[in-house]
Design a protein around this ligand. Structure first.
Ligand code: PMP
Length: 376
């Protein structure tokens, strides 16, 4: 038997990677390179500038030497601010908070400390791309709850999917990619059915600031045992700073801190320092602009597209007017409008995602292009 080439040894991947695929959104994003004049409706990040006080605070943090590791849990002052905010919103009493490397980091840690091989995780479909891959990475099994055609998760859907192995519900409110937001009654109903079946709720509320038609309803008001995942990326336009948090039962948060200690170590120190300043910044006018963008897009597309009016986040998830999602998206990209095929965030391939976090002029151009290609 000959020697196994070194390169071969290097490229034998862990089996847990078998189920992790390239994100459909990234694939589209790669096409943008060199397409400067395209209308980019593909990536979910705000188009507004980071507020001046937040930028100044980040620079000041660097200049004044806040460049070292922080404690694993996060800067104590920031942890306290997040706790105060959670209390103010309701439902949070004496739980724990951990500051994480993005809310994606919080989801990774939460599933990392909770999900057991073979556990079933309820994932409302359409879903944020990351969920199914992280669930599978930790050996658990995503069980998709189809929410088409109106994209609202109802208690009966959860009831119908529960098995003895069901342990988690990955709730997202408002939802990426559909833009659905849940009312207080709906959140209460989801929490009640989860409690009835002893399902641990992980509630991803990163878009909580982007709710346009009624107040955002935190899960903790209805389920004190839930883990709420929150973030700063979207609200302050700092997606690259990698800052998020989780709030929930102390034992769970402490375990997440243990895993963070041996993985991310801590969230970026300068971003943490800047986030303290962010709490005092009023983002209302930015959010109002996003509500207007929502209205502009819905009004511009509703005659040619079958769509559900979103109430939050900055996404629209229309049905493809012809062909599969991939055929339609290919046509949109040829017409220089970058959108995401539905199957990147769903088990179905019938819709496509528009991120309307774009300047108004681009939105208008995108609407024109999409209306032109609505008929084959
Ligand atoms: N959850 C949802 C629903 C998201 O859309 C995103 C980002 N697209 C994240 C989490 C991750 O955000 P962060 O930048 O805080 O990691």
């Amino acid at each position: 038997m000959g020697l196994i080439p070194y390169r071969f040894l290097m490229t034998r991947f862990a089996r847990r990677m078998d189920q992790v695929e390239v994100s459909g959104i990234r694939r589209i994003f790669d096409l943008v390179e060199g397409m400067n004049d395209a209308v980019d409706f593909s990536l979910g990040q705000p188009d507004f500038e980071v507020p001046e006080p937040v930028r100044r605070a980040a620079v000041a943090a660097i200049q004044s030497g806040s460049n070292k590791y922080t404690v694993t849990q996060g800067l104590p002052a920031l942890v306290e601010r997040v706790k105060d905010e959670m209390k103010r919103r309701g439902g949070f009493k004496d739980g724990g908070v951990i500051v994480t490397a993005g809310s994606a980091g919080a989801l990774f840690l939460a599933l990392g400390v909770l999900a057991e091989e073979g556990d079933e995780v309820l994932v409302p479909d359409p879903y944020f791309v990351l969920y199914k891959h992280v669930v599978r990475f930790f050996g658990a099994k995503p069980v998709f709850l189809d929410t088409y055609p109106d994209f609202r998760l109802r208690p009966e859907k959860i009831e119908g999917a529960v098995t003895p192995r069901t342990r988690f519900l990955l709730f997202n409110n408002p939802v990426n990619p559909t833009g659905m937001a849940y009312t207080a009654d709906e959140v209460a109903a989801v929490a009640a059915v989860a409690r009835k079946h002893r399902i641990q709720v992980l509630s991803d509320e990163i878009y909580d600031a982007f709710v346009y038609d009624f107040p955002h309803e935190p899960i903790l008001k209805h389920d004190p045992d839930a883990v709420l995942v929150g973030g700063f990326s979207k609200k302050f336009g700092i997606t690259g700073w990698r800052l998020g948090f989780a709030a929930g039962p102390r034992e769970i948060i402490d375990k997440m801190a243990m895993l963070q200690q041996f993985s991310f170590v801590c969230a970026p120190s300068t971003a943490q320092a800047a986030a303290l300043a962010a709490f005092d910044v009023d983002m209302t006018s930015c959010i109002q602009q996003y509500r207007m963008k929502r209205d502009l897009l819905v009004d511009g597309l509703k005659d040619r597209y079958e769509l559900v009016r979103p109430q939050g986040a900055f996404y629209l998830f229309p049905k493809c007017p012809w062909g599969s999602d991939e055929e339609f998206v290919r046509r949109a990209i040829e017409a220089r409008c970058l959108v995401v095929p539905g199957r990147a965030c769903s088990e179905r391939g019938t819709h496509f995602r528009i991120s309307y976090a774009q300047p108004e002029e681009k939105l208008r151009r995108g609407i024109d292009v999409l209306n032109q290609i609505a008929r084959r």
